[in-house]
Write a protein that binds this ligand. Structure first.
Ligand SMILES: NC(=O)c1ccc[n+]([C@@H]2O[C@H](COP(=O)([O-])OP(=O)(O)OC[C@H]3O[C@@H](n4cnc5c(N)ncnc54)[C@H](OP(=O)(O)O)[C@@H]3O)[C@@H](O)[C@H]2O)c1
Length: 295
Protein backbone atom coordinates (compact mmCIF):
# COMPACT_ATOMS: atom_id res chain seq x y z
CA UNK A 1 0.00 0.00 0.00
CA UNK A 2 1.49 3.37 -0.99
CA UNK A 3 1.69 6.05 1.69
CA UNK A 4 -0.33 9.21 1.06
CA UNK A 5 1.77 12.33 0.65
CA UNK A 6 1.20 14.47 3.74
CA UNK A 7 0.20 18.06 2.97
CA UNK A 8 1.31 20.97 5.08
CA UNK A 9 0.23 23.87 2.90
CA UNK A 10 -3.26 25.37 3.06
CA UNK A 11 -5.51 28.32 2.41
CA UNK A 12 -7.91 29.36 5.15
CA UNK A 13 -11.06 31.28 4.25
CA UNK A 14 -12.77 32.94 7.20
CA UNK A 15 -10.81 34.65 9.98
CA UNK A 16 -13.40 35.22 12.67
CA UNK A 17 -12.80 34.12 16.27
CA UNK A 18 -12.35 30.47 15.30
CA UNK A 19 -10.66 31.00 11.91
CA UNK A 20 -8.04 33.30 13.49
CA UNK A 21 -7.32 30.69 16.20
CA UNK A 22 -6.88 28.03 13.50
CA UNK A 23 -4.55 30.30 11.51
CA UNK A 24 -2.35 30.92 14.55
CA UNK A 25 -2.14 27.18 15.27
CA UNK A 26 -1.09 26.36 11.68
CA UNK A 27 1.51 29.12 11.68
CA UNK A 28 2.86 28.08 15.09
CA UNK A 29 3.40 24.59 13.67
CA UNK A 30 5.32 26.00 10.70
CA UNK A 31 2.77 25.29 7.96
CA UNK A 32 2.60 27.49 4.87
CA UNK A 33 -0.71 29.29 5.21
CA UNK A 34 -2.53 31.68 2.89
CA UNK A 35 -5.46 33.56 4.43
CA UNK A 36 -8.51 35.37 3.06
CA UNK A 37 -11.39 37.12 4.80
CA UNK A 38 -14.30 39.17 3.51
CA UNK A 39 -13.41 41.98 5.90
CA UNK A 40 -9.71 42.48 5.10
CA UNK A 41 -8.95 44.17 8.43
CA UNK A 42 -8.67 40.71 10.02
CA UNK A 43 -5.67 39.79 7.82
CA UNK A 44 -2.75 42.04 8.98
CA UNK A 45 -2.43 40.54 12.51
CA UNK A 46 -2.04 37.10 10.91
CA UNK A 47 0.28 38.38 8.16
CA UNK A 48 2.46 39.71 10.98
CA UNK A 49 2.72 36.10 12.22
CA UNK A 50 3.76 34.83 8.78
CA UNK A 51 0.49 34.20 6.93
CA UNK A 52 0.61 34.82 3.17
CA UNK A 53 -1.83 37.42 1.85
CA UNK A 54 -3.61 36.65 -1.40
CA UNK A 55 -4.33 39.31 -3.99
CA UNK A 56 -7.87 37.97 -4.41
CA UNK A 57 -10.04 35.06 -3.34
CA UNK A 58 -9.24 33.29 -6.64
CA UNK A 59 -5.51 33.75 -5.93
CA UNK A 60 -6.01 32.38 -2.39
CA UNK A 61 -7.62 29.23 -3.82
CA UNK A 62 -4.91 28.71 -6.42
CA UNK A 63 -2.04 28.99 -3.95
CA UNK A 64 -2.76 25.81 -1.95
CA UNK A 65 -3.69 22.15 -2.40
CA UNK A 66 -5.95 22.30 0.69
CA UNK A 67 -8.73 24.86 1.20
CA UNK A 68 -10.27 25.27 4.64
CA UNK A 69 -13.53 27.14 5.22
CA UNK A 70 -14.40 28.55 8.64
CA UNK A 71 -17.39 30.79 7.99
CA UNK A 72 -20.70 31.46 9.70
CA UNK A 73 -22.23 28.59 7.72
CA UNK A 74 -22.10 26.46 4.58
CA UNK A 75 -24.31 29.00 2.78
CA UNK A 76 -21.58 31.66 2.90
CA UNK A 77 -19.03 29.25 1.38
CA UNK A 78 -21.42 28.42 -1.46
CA UNK A 79 -22.19 32.11 -1.93
CA UNK A 80 -18.47 32.94 -2.23
CA UNK A 81 -17.85 30.11 -4.71
CA UNK A 82 -20.74 31.27 -6.89
CA UNK A 83 -20.08 35.00 -6.56
CA UNK A 84 -16.38 34.70 -7.44
CA UNK A 85 -16.94 31.85 -9.98
CA UNK A 86 -14.40 29.63 -8.21
CA UNK A 87 -15.75 26.27 -9.40
CA UNK A 88 -13.00 25.63 -11.97
CA UNK A 89 -10.22 26.81 -9.66
CA UNK A 90 -11.29 24.37 -6.94
CA UNK A 91 -10.72 21.31 -9.15
CA UNK A 92 -8.27 18.78 -7.66
CA UNK A 93 -8.11 20.43 -4.23
CA UNK A 94 -8.87 18.91 -0.83
CA UNK A 95 -11.55 20.85 1.01
CA UNK A 96 -11.97 20.92 4.77
CA UNK A 97 -15.22 22.52 5.83
CA UNK A 98 -15.06 23.66 9.47
CA UNK A 99 -18.21 25.82 9.38
CA UNK A 100 -21.01 24.47 11.59
CA UNK A 101 -24.16 23.16 9.93
CA UNK A 102 -26.74 20.42 9.64
CA UNK A 103 -26.26 16.93 8.22
CA UNK A 104 -28.15 17.95 5.08
CA UNK A 105 -25.91 20.99 4.56
CA UNK A 106 -22.77 18.88 5.00
CA UNK A 107 -24.01 16.24 2.55
CA UNK A 108 -25.12 18.84 -0.03
CA UNK A 109 -21.85 20.78 0.25
CA UNK A 110 -19.73 17.64 -0.20
CA UNK A 111 -21.84 16.56 -3.18
CA UNK A 112 -21.54 19.96 -4.83
CA UNK A 113 -17.76 20.25 -4.25
CA UNK A 114 -17.16 16.66 -5.35
CA UNK A 115 -18.92 17.68 -8.54
CA UNK A 116 -16.27 20.41 -8.99
CA UNK A 117 -13.54 17.73 -8.73
CA UNK A 118 -12.67 18.25 -5.05
CA UNK A 119 -11.94 15.72 -2.32
CA UNK A 120 -14.04 16.76 0.69
CA UNK A 121 -13.70 16.40 4.42
CA UNK A 122 -16.26 17.79 6.85
CA UNK A 123 -14.97 18.86 10.25
CA UNK A 124 -16.62 19.82 13.52
CA UNK A 125 -14.47 21.50 16.13
CA UNK A 126 -15.73 20.72 19.59
CA UNK A 127 -14.03 23.55 21.45
CA UNK A 128 -13.89 27.29 21.91
CA UNK A 129 -11.01 29.02 20.07
CA UNK A 130 -8.95 28.88 23.29
CA UNK A 131 -8.84 25.06 23.02
CA UNK A 132 -7.36 24.98 19.51
CA UNK A 133 -4.13 23.00 19.42
CA UNK A 134 -4.62 21.22 22.73
CA UNK A 135 -4.03 17.45 22.89
CA UNK A 136 -7.45 16.96 24.49
CA UNK A 137 -9.49 18.99 21.99
CA UNK A 138 -11.89 16.73 20.03
CA UNK A 139 -12.25 17.25 16.28
CA UNK A 140 -14.89 15.20 14.47
CA UNK A 141 -14.18 14.45 10.81
CA UNK A 142 -16.02 12.62 8.05
CA UNK A 143 -15.86 12.29 4.28
CA UNK A 144 -12.90 11.43 2.09
CA UNK A 145 -10.51 9.00 3.82
CA UNK A 146 -7.72 10.05 1.42
CA UNK A 147 -8.15 13.73 2.29
CA UNK A 148 -8.19 12.82 5.99
CA UNK A 149 -4.87 10.93 5.74
CA UNK A 150 -3.21 13.53 3.54
CA UNK A 151 -4.27 16.43 5.77
CA UNK A 152 -3.26 14.85 9.09
CA UNK A 153 -0.34 17.26 9.69
CA UNK A 154 -2.78 20.18 9.42
CA UNK A 155 -5.56 18.50 11.39
CA UNK A 156 -3.27 17.64 14.30
CA UNK A 157 -2.72 21.38 14.83
CA UNK A 158 -6.45 21.88 15.33
CA UNK A 159 -6.80 19.34 18.13
CA UNK A 160 -5.07 16.20 19.33
CA UNK A 161 -8.26 14.13 19.74
CA UNK A 162 -9.04 13.49 16.05
CA UNK A 163 -12.08 11.29 15.44
CA UNK A 164 -12.62 10.16 11.86
CA UNK A 165 -16.22 8.93 11.61
CA UNK A 166 -16.17 7.40 8.13
CA UNK A 167 -16.89 8.35 4.56
CA UNK A 168 -20.49 9.58 4.99
CA UNK A 169 -20.07 13.34 4.62
CA UNK A 170 -22.70 14.29 7.20
CA UNK A 171 -21.50 11.99 10.00
CA UNK A 172 -19.42 14.66 11.78
CA UNK A 173 -22.25 17.19 11.54
CA UNK A 174 -24.71 14.63 12.95
CA UNK A 175 -22.66 14.04 16.10
CA UNK A 176 -21.77 17.74 16.30
CA UNK A 177 -25.47 18.74 16.36
CA UNK A 178 -26.11 16.32 19.22
CA UNK A 179 -23.06 17.46 21.19
CA UNK A 180 -23.76 21.15 20.64
CA UNK A 181 -27.34 20.64 21.78
CA UNK A 182 -26.05 18.96 24.92
CA UNK A 183 -23.54 21.78 25.54
CA UNK A 184 -26.07 24.53 24.86
CA UNK A 185 -28.51 23.05 27.37
CA UNK A 186 -25.85 22.68 29.99
CA UNK A 187 -25.02 26.40 29.65
CA UNK A 188 -28.71 27.36 29.60
CA UNK A 189 -29.22 25.30 32.75
CA UNK A 190 -26.38 27.18 34.45
CA UNK A 191 -27.83 30.55 33.41
CA UNK A 192 -31.30 29.64 34.66
CA UNK A 193 -30.01 28.14 37.92
CA UNK A 194 -28.05 31.34 38.58
CA UNK A 195 -31.28 33.31 38.05
CA UNK A 196 -33.11 31.02 40.52
CA UNK A 197 -30.36 31.58 43.11
CA UNK A 198 -30.05 35.32 42.68
CA UNK A 199 -33.82 35.80 42.87
CA UNK A 200 -33.73 34.28 46.37
CA UNK A 201 -30.62 36.13 47.51
CA UNK A 202 -28.30 33.13 47.15
CA UNK A 203 -24.85 34.07 45.89
CA UNK A 204 -23.81 32.42 42.58
CA UNK A 205 -20.61 31.34 44.38
CA UNK A 206 -22.78 29.01 46.54
CA UNK A 207 -24.03 27.36 43.35
CA UNK A 208 -20.50 27.05 41.94
CA UNK A 209 -19.32 25.49 45.20
CA UNK A 210 -21.81 22.64 44.76
CA UNK A 211 -20.52 21.71 41.28
CA UNK A 212 -17.64 19.34 40.48
CA UNK A 213 -14.30 21.11 39.96
CA UNK A 214 -14.23 21.01 36.15
CA UNK A 215 -17.97 21.33 35.49
CA UNK A 216 -18.47 23.53 32.37
CA UNK A 217 -21.33 25.42 34.06
CA UNK A 218 -18.89 26.97 36.53
CA UNK A 219 -17.46 29.34 33.95
CA UNK A 220 -20.91 30.56 32.87
CA UNK A 221 -21.99 31.22 36.46
CA UNK A 222 -18.76 33.10 37.14
CA UNK A 223 -19.25 35.29 34.05
CA UNK A 224 -22.72 36.23 35.30
CA UNK A 225 -21.43 36.83 38.82
CA UNK A 226 -18.74 39.22 37.58
CA UNK A 227 -20.94 40.73 34.85
CA UNK A 228 -18.08 40.18 32.37
CA UNK A 229 -19.93 39.39 29.15
CA UNK A 230 -17.50 40.99 26.63
CA UNK A 231 -14.90 39.23 24.40
CA UNK A 232 -16.39 35.72 24.46
CA UNK A 233 -14.93 32.65 22.69
CA UNK A 234 -18.27 32.28 20.91
CA UNK A 235 -20.77 35.13 20.75
CA UNK A 236 -24.46 34.90 21.53
CA UNK A 237 -24.95 35.40 17.76
CA UNK A 238 -22.87 32.27 17.08
CA UNK A 239 -24.93 30.28 19.62
CA UNK A 240 -28.11 31.60 17.99
CA UNK A 241 -26.88 30.21 14.65
CA UNK A 242 -26.10 26.89 16.36
CA UNK A 243 -29.63 26.76 17.82
CA UNK A 244 -31.07 27.40 14.35
CA UNK A 245 -28.99 24.54 12.95
CA UNK A 246 -30.28 22.27 15.74
CA UNK A 247 -33.87 23.33 14.99
CA UNK A 248 -33.39 22.63 11.25
CA UNK A 249 -31.75 19.28 12.07
CA UNK A 250 -34.70 18.33 14.33
CA UNK A 251 -37.16 19.20 11.55
CA UNK A 252 -35.32 17.22 8.88
CA UNK A 253 -34.88 14.24 11.24
CA UNK A 254 -38.62 14.26 12.03
CA UNK A 255 -38.19 14.76 15.78
CA UNK A 256 -40.01 17.36 17.90
CA UNK A 257 -38.76 20.91 17.49
CA UNK A 258 -40.30 22.08 20.77
CA UNK A 259 -36.98 22.22 22.64
CA UNK A 260 -34.94 24.18 20.06
CA UNK A 261 -37.99 26.39 19.39
CA UNK A 262 -38.12 27.52 23.02
CA UNK A 263 -34.36 28.22 23.11
CA UNK A 264 -34.52 30.20 19.90
CA UNK A 265 -37.27 32.40 21.25
CA UNK A 266 -35.05 33.40 24.20
CA UNK A 267 -31.93 33.85 22.06
CA UNK A 268 -33.84 36.05 19.61
CA UNK A 269 -35.04 38.20 22.48
CA UNK A 270 -31.41 38.60 23.62
CA UNK A 271 -30.36 39.58 20.07
CA UNK A 272 -33.23 42.11 19.91
CA UNK A 273 -31.96 43.59 23.17
CA UNK A 274 -28.49 44.07 21.65
CA UNK A 275 -26.48 41.27 23.32
CA UNK A 276 -25.38 39.59 20.06
CA UNK A 277 -21.66 40.27 20.52
CA UNK A 278 -21.62 39.20 24.17
CA UNK A 279 -21.16 35.80 25.80
CA UNK A 280 -24.09 33.36 25.83
CA UNK A 281 -24.21 34.05 29.58
CA UNK A 282 -25.69 37.47 28.70
CA UNK A 283 -28.95 35.56 28.29
CA UNK A 284 -29.13 35.97 32.06
CA UNK A 285 -30.06 39.60 31.42
CA UNK A 286 -33.16 38.35 29.58
CA UNK A 287 -34.27 35.57 31.94
CA UNK A 288 -32.86 36.62 35.27
CA UNK A 289 -34.26 39.97 36.10
CA UNK A 290 -37.96 39.96 35.37
CA UNK A 291 -39.10 42.15 38.26
CA UNK A 292 -36.61 44.97 37.69
CA UNK A 293 -37.29 44.84 33.94
CA UNK A 294 -41.05 45.17 34.58
CA UNK A 295 -40.60 48.34 36.69
N1 LIG B 1 -16.24 30.26 18.13
C1 LIG B 1 -16.38 29.01 18.55
O1 LIG B 1 -16.28 28.70 19.76
C2 LIG B 1 -16.66 27.90 17.57
C3 LIG B 1 -16.53 26.56 17.99
C4 LIG B 1 -16.74 25.53 17.08
C5 LIG B 1 -17.13 25.81 15.79
N2 LIG B 1 -17.29 27.13 15.42
C6 LIG B 1 -17.77 27.38 14.07
O2 LIG B 1 -16.77 28.08 13.34
C7 LIG B 1 -17.41 28.94 12.40
C8 LIG B 1 -16.86 30.36 12.59
O3 LIG B 1 -17.16 30.76 13.92
P1 LIG B 1 -16.52 32.07 14.55
O4 LIG B 1 -16.69 31.97 16.02
O5 LIG B 1 -15.19 32.33 13.95
O6 LIG B 1 -17.56 33.15 14.00
P2 LIG B 1 -17.30 34.72 13.74
O7 LIG B 1 -16.24 35.24 14.64
O8 LIG B 1 -18.65 35.34 13.74
O9 LIG B 1 -16.70 34.74 12.24
C9 LIG B 1 -17.53 34.49 11.14
C10 LIG B 1 -16.68 34.43 9.90
O10 LIG B 1 -17.54 34.21 8.77
C11 LIG B 1 -17.34 35.27 7.82
N3 LIG B 1 -18.58 35.53 7.08
C12 LIG B 1 -19.83 35.66 7.59
N4 LIG B 1 -20.72 35.85 6.59
C13 LIG B 1 -20.00 35.83 5.44
C14 LIG B 1 -20.34 35.98 4.07
N5 LIG B 1 -21.61 36.17 3.69
N6 LIG B 1 -19.35 35.92 3.15
C15 LIG B 1 -18.05 35.73 3.53
N7 LIG B 1 -17.66 35.59 4.81
C16 LIG B 1 -18.63 35.64 5.76
C17 LIG B 1 -16.90 36.46 8.65
O11 LIG B 1 -16.27 37.38 7.82
P3 LIG B 1 -16.20 38.96 8.23
O12 LIG B 1 -15.04 39.06 9.18
O13 LIG B 1 -15.99 39.64 6.93
O14 LIG B 1 -17.52 39.29 8.89
C18 LIG B 1 -15.93 35.74 9.62
O15 LIG B 1 -14.72 35.45 8.97
C19 LIG B 1 -18.92 28.88 12.67
O16 LIG B 1 -19.54 28.02 11.75
C20 LIG B 1 -18.98 28.33 14.08
O17 LIG B 1 -20.18 27.64 14.36
C21 LIG B 1 -17.04 28.17 16.27
Amino acid sequence: MSADPAISEATLIGLGAMGSALAKAFLRAGHVLTVWNRNASRIPPLAALGARQATSLADAIERSPVILFCLDGYGSAIQLIDEYALQGRLKGRRIIQFSTGTVGEANDFAKRLTGYGCDCLDGAIFSYPGGIGLETTPILLSGSADAYRQCLPLLRCVGGDLRYLGQRAGAAAALDMALLNQELWSYLGAIYSTALCKAEGIEPSSLVAMLPEHHPARQVIEIIDKGEYANPGATLTTWHRVARHIQAQARSSGISGAIPDSVLELLEQALDEGYGKEDLAALFKVVGDKRSRAQ
